[in-house]
Design a protein around this ligand. Sequence first.
Ligand code: HEM
Length: 264
Amino acid sequence: MSLPEGHPTVHEHWGRKCPVTGDSHDFCPPQEGDIRSVCPALNTMANHGYIARDGKNISAQDIVVGLKACYGLSNPLAYFLSYVGFIILRKFRRISLAEIGKHGAVEHDASLVHHDTPEGQEYAPIAIDPALVETFIADVRPTAKEVQGSTEDGVEFLMNAEDVGRSRVRREKECRPVDAIHAEIARGEMAIILGVWEKKTRTKAGIPVDWVQRWISEERLPEGWKPDHTENLLDVVKRAKSIKAAADMIRQEEAANVPPPKPV
Ligand code: HEM
C-alpha cells in the first residue's frame, strides 16, 4: 500500500539503527513497534539515538553512556541515576523502556504531564496529556504574556526552581498523595534538567520554557543543542532543595491565606 503524498516515512528501527537519520543524533519519533517510557529524558535519548531507538534491550550501562553524551551528566550522576534506578526496579538484565514505568518503584503519582496509574494497573500510562503540559507552562512567573509585554531589555521566558515548586504543589493537590521518597524523586527529575539547561539573564536564571515544552511533550532536544558543561550530582541535590524550599513556602502562603472557618 502506498502512502498519501506528504505522509511522513514509516520505517523500522533496529536497536540504534534508523534508516532516515543514519548514524546521526537527529530526531526521529518512535515508529510502529518502538517502545517508550514515562520518562521524557529517556524517551528523548531514544528519539535522538543516544540509546536504542526502538527502546528495547537497554542495559543500565547503555543509559549511563547515553546520559553523559546526551545531557553532559558527570560520571557519578549518570551512574547513580541509572544503576540506582535499575536496583529500585529490581532489574538485573537488559530492559525495554516500558519496564521503567512500574508503578510505585521509581514511578509515582502526581506526575507533571502524565495521569496517575489507574487502580489495579502495574504500569503507569505513558500518554502525555497536552492540557497538563499547558498548565505546567502556565505555572511559570512572569507568565508568557507578561514577558511578551515587558519593555525591559533582555527579558526571556524562563522556568526556574520556584516555578517547578509551584507545579509540584499544584499536582500534589490534584492527584493521589505521594510519599516523601517519591516527592523527592519528582523534584529530582526536574532539578536535573534545570541544571543542564540553565541560563542567566539580568532578571531571572532558568531554562528556556520553549525548550522544556518541546522536551516534555515531543520528547525532542532543542535544535542543534549540545551540552556546554558537566552537570554534577551536588548541583542537582542543591536544585532539588531549592524546589522543595519554594514548594514549602507556597504551601505556607496558601495555608496563611485560607480564611478561618465561620463560627457555628
Ligand atoms: C537526565 C536524566 C533524567 C532526567 C532529566 C529525567 C527527568 C524526568 C522528568 C522531568 C520526569 C517527570 C515526567 C512527569 O512528571 O510527567 C521523569 C519521569 C521519570 N523518570 Fe526520568 N529523568 C532522567 C533519568 C531517568 C533515569 C536514568 C531513570 C531510570 C532508570 C528515570 C526514570 C523515570 C521514571 C520512572 C519516571 C516516571 C516518574 C513519574 O511517575 O512521573 N529517569 N524523568
